[in-house]
Design a protein around this ligand. Structure first.
Ligand code: NAD
Length: 357
């Protein structure tokens, strides 16, 4: 019988991997046992009573770690003092492709680990695609953050005496987060430009009513699963010149450019920031993997000259309810697939980052 445990996340994590609604569905469908650590849902305003009425029981962390064969969480929730039963299966979003050191602890615990950020971007996997869920929310929130830090307005505003010009926004990287940022900035009335190394992104950018910055000669690898690959030097130079030129008239930059498992490409250097109009704002969602701006500090907001630079790769934490709702549905679909198709299924295997029997 499958026995699941939900453990509380560390203090900076506000999102939940699994909500009462999905607890109920999973118990009804597969007769599983689900144990929840006391106060698990509090950060997203969900009470223990709601988990109990969904069919779960409330237990201590020690008890759950002893009994459960599956632990569901977003981040690594295991501390040094914890006693983990060997062969426990952990399901989370660990980004071990970039932070490979995160695997060491799990190896010592003789755990099996599935990291949902490794799901392929296929039609079948879409229902479980946690990265798309979180990126969409982060892209949206990035623009709202920018509106707060920007001392001027996004839309054109005309009064009897004056006209305030609309903000000029540049979105770097037009994947899931970037497209959501473009759509949000457009709705607020800004003039939006976007850039991506993938040519296919151009059409999506234009369909949102934004301008796509074309740079000829990009490399598109056939077997990268639709992700960006590192670019040749001469292309990088032309791309850089074009971005620098654009930045001189840009008030807001939303940085989302990433290459899976690699350091994020640096697209804005110190000099380029200096040449931006005064009072500009940069929101760098690639901060955790080094950032698209060379001045970005992860989890900090700094000011350089008069430009504000916010580095945060987890802005969806500020939308805890929405993020939890999307994540919980993704986790449910993953577990359903796991139970019905088994460990040898291709999609399940793609997410397996440690297998210790
Ligand atoms: P990502 O988070 O890895 O990167 C964000 C964007 O940055 C990407 O569009 C990438 O091309 C771009 N980028 C990388 N290096 C750059 C550089 N030097 N300059 C400018 N831009 C750069 O990507 P993502 O948002 O996860 O999306 C990756 C791909 O997967 C996209 O093609 C997306 O449409 C696709 N996708 C497919 C599905 C599905 O079919 N199930 C789901 C989600 C995403």
């Amino acid at each position: 019988k499958h026995h699941f445990g939900l453990l509380k996340e560390s203090s900076q994590e506000t999102r939940l991997a699994f909500l009462p609604q999905e607890v109920k569905k999973l118990i009804e469908k597969y007769e599983v046992v689900i144990q929840v650590e006391k106060d698990y849902g509090l950060r997203a305003n969900i009470t223990d009573a709601e988990y109990i009425s969904a069919g779960a029981t409330i237990e201590t962390k020690a008890h759950i770690l002893q009994k459960a064969n599956f632990i569901l969480s977003i981040n690594d929730v295991i501390e040094e003092k914890d006693n983990v039963t060997p062969h426990t299966t952990f399901i989370g979003i660990y980004n071990t492709l970039y932070f490979s050191e995160r695997l060491e602890k799990f190896k010592k615990l003789q755990a099996k680990v599935y990291s949902l950020d490794q799901l392929p971007r296929t039609t079948l996997a879409q229902a479980m695609d946690v990265r798309s869920s979180l990126d969409a929310l982060s892209g949206y929130k990035a623009v709202l953050k920018a509106t707060e830090l920007y001392a001027k307005v996004f839309p054109m505003i005309t009064t009897a005496t004056s006209t305030l010009q609309p903000a000029k926004v540049l979105v770097l990287g037009a994947g899931v987060a970037g497209l959501q940022a473009i759509a949000t900035a457009k709705r607020l009335g800004a003039i939006v430009h976007a850039f991506d190394v993938r040519k296919a992104a151009g059409e999506e950018v234009r369909s949102l009513g934004a301008n796509f910055i074309e740079v000829e000669g990009n490399t598109e690898a056939k077997n990268s699963g639709g992700y960006a690959v590192e670019q040749a030097e001469d292309y990088k130079q032309r791309q850089q010149d074009r971005i620098n030129e654009q930045l001189q008239s840009t008030n807001i930059v939303i940085c989302t450019a990433n290459i899976p498992g690699k350091k994020a490409p640096v697209l804005i250097d110190e000099n380029a920031v200096q040449n931006m109009p005064s009072g500009s704002v940069i929101i760098d969602l690639a901060a955790e993997q080094g950032g698209n701006c060379s001045l970005t500090k992860n989890n900090e907001t700094i000011t350089y000259n008069s430009t504000t630079i916010l580095g945060n790769s987890h802005l969806s934490r500020e939308l805890s309810k929405a993020a939890s709702q999307l994540l919980s549905a993704n986790y449910f679909n993953f577990i359903k697939h796991f139970i019905e198709k088994g460990e040898e299924n291709e999609l399940i295997k793609a997410t397996q980052v440690i297998n210790q029997e």
